[in-house]
Write a protein that binds this ligand. Structure first.
Ligand code: ZN
Length: 495
């Protein structure tokens, strides 16, 4: 009974919270600088776009005093939201289900959970052998985590149709489906979309809600929005290597980091900065209006270079999952008329296809136990790039996107001997394959015990410092070399 009462209070509390906190509106602020923006962010006001010395922000009426105290002039922007023609929640589900029905060999639709108000979060998987997890890179597109930014939702549906209709028709499309596991979530914030608002129905901005090394440095779902938690749990159970989230309100590709420990940086580079620029250009260069942006050089920007945002999904993907994610802003107009969607598709189709193909570059392989051949939960480290990636422990496959060059790579796993491969050549074509077998420590212990017994049996004094044995390329231990080394060592002592 006590439990029930507590639950009722909790529910009542959340209803009050929701209803009092959902009166967000959009404003344009003028004559601002970076210090203003940092102060606004620290006061819980959301920056949505910055251009020259103006910014678009979201705030509640009780936060207007923050602007007034700082002497910032503003004008309230009435929302322009014409849902005519856009998919409804119901027609979105129907559309996805019919694609799955028509292409069951390559399409599998999942609901990864329900929104705060109980709507499904649909995630479509497109791949050959779609029910299996294979040695293939997983890529993902997630759109409309802001409910008032539905262009990406429509483009994701276009992409799902295009991929499924052109399988075994166009070779490029067939290759992508055969070689990747493609996940597409057209609508991460269904409640926000229904209510035509940015936030979810707990009043949370989902793209400020993820773990962040500065503001929320714990990689758990505790205290986060329902929708955030579902996406996090899905990601924990998968191993995507490349992804993007789609928005509107600007026209560009934004790459990590969005935040920094120091609030005064002008640019916050990841250890993969050059790669992120190339990945961003792989998208923007195929979208002419984006690439020719008068505001952003070649249509790309570093997150912090644009404005600080804490708790974004892209930084979380990169920092905690080892997945390269960017944020793609599709349209200056947040909610353009539906009649323009086809021209948006024309501008983005090639870019969307090209971007995910980058998951096939760099190095790849499967990491297994040298004795059991079972896949291993392992870490892949490129020497000189301070950013680890991980195998998918279900299959043991890893996919490390890299720019062309020559790399030294270290493979490690708990309980295993670390292995290093040097001078690995990466081209701008398909990923170099490096399957790795790691030797478990216990295997090494067995060899060491064997040597101790041999030493005892031979009755010869042996200099342990001279005892050497190598780990073979296939991960096995060179026992014969060990015995040979022991004999050499024994000889050197007896001489
Ligand atoms: Zn957005």
């Amino acid at each position: 009974m006590k439990k029930l009462l507590f639950l009722m209070i909790l529910l009542a509390g959340s209803t009050v919270y929701a209803s009092t906190n959902l009166n967000f509106f959009q404003a344009r602020i003028h004559n601002i600088n970076r210090q203003h923006l940092i102060a606004l962010t620290q006061n819980g006001i959301t920056i949505d776009n910055v251009r020259d010395n103006e910014a678009i922000i979201y705030l509640r009426s009780d936060q207007l005093s923050v602007l007034e105290n700082m002497g910032i002039s503003y004008d309230i922007r009435p929302p322009v939201r014409n849902a005519n023609g856009y998919h409804s929640i119901e027609s979105l589900a129907d559309h996805l289900q019919s694609v799955e029905t028509n292409h069951p060999d390559i399409c599998k639709l999942y609901s990864i959970g329900k929104s705060y108000e109980g709507r499904d979060l649909w995630f479509m998987k497109i791949s050959d052998n779609v029910l299996d997890e294979e040695d293939e890179p997983e890529v993902k597109y997630i759109s409309s985590m802001h409910g008032d930014e539905p262009v990406g939702m429509e483009l994701c549906l276009h992409l799902i149709d295009y991929l499924s209709d052109n399988y075994n028709v166009l070779s490029n499309t067939t290759d992508l489906i055969n070689n990747l596991e493609i996940w597409i979530m057209p609508l991460m914030n269904p409640d926000g979309y229904v209510h035509q608002q940015r936030y979810n129905m707990q009043g949370i901005d989902l793209n400020r809600d993820f773990p962040d090394r500065v503001s929320s440095n714990h990689n758990t779902t505790e205290g986060r929005a329902v929708e955030t938690a579902h996406v996090m749990n899905w990601a924990f159970a998968h191993s995507s290597v490349l992804s993007a989230n789609f928005h509107t309100g600007a026209l560009l590709v934004n790459y990590p980091y969005d935040s920094d420990y120091s609030p005064s940086k002008k640019y916050s580079a990841t250890p993969d900065d050059e790669l992120f620029q190339k990945l961003s250009l792989s998208y923007s260069s195929l979208n002419p209006p984006m690439y020719n942006s008068p505001y952003f050089d070649r249509g790309i920007t570093n997150g912090v270079q644009w404005y600080y945002a804490y708790g974004g999904m892209q930084d979380w993907n990169y920092i905690w999952l080892g997945c390269n994610e960017v944020t793609i802003e599709l349209s200056d107009d947040k909610w353009p008329p539906f009649s323009t969607i086809n021209s948006f598709w024309d501008d983005n189709q090639d870019a969307m296809l090209n971007y995910i193909s980058w998951a096939l570059r760099g190095i790849r392989g499967v990491i297994t136990d040298s004795e059991t051949n079972m896949p291993i939960d392992a870490v892949i480290r490129i020497i000189g790039i301070d950013h680890d990636i991980y195998t998918d422990p279900d299959v043991g496959d890893y996919h490390r996107i890299l720019l062309p060059g020559i790399y030294d790579i270290e493979f490690s796993a708990e309980g295993y001997l670390t292995k290093r491969k040097t001078n690995i050549v990466v081209t701008d074509g398909n990923a170099a394959r490096l399957d790795i077998r790691l030797t478990h420590q216990s295997c090494l212990n067995t060899i060491e015990s064997a040597i101790i017994i041999l030493k005892a049996m031979s009755g010869v004094a042996v200099d342990d410092n001279l005892l050497r044995f190598d780990i073979n390329d296939d991960g096995t231990v060179g026992l014969m070399e060990a015995i040979y080394a022991m004999r050499l060592s024994a000889n050197s002592i007896s001489q």
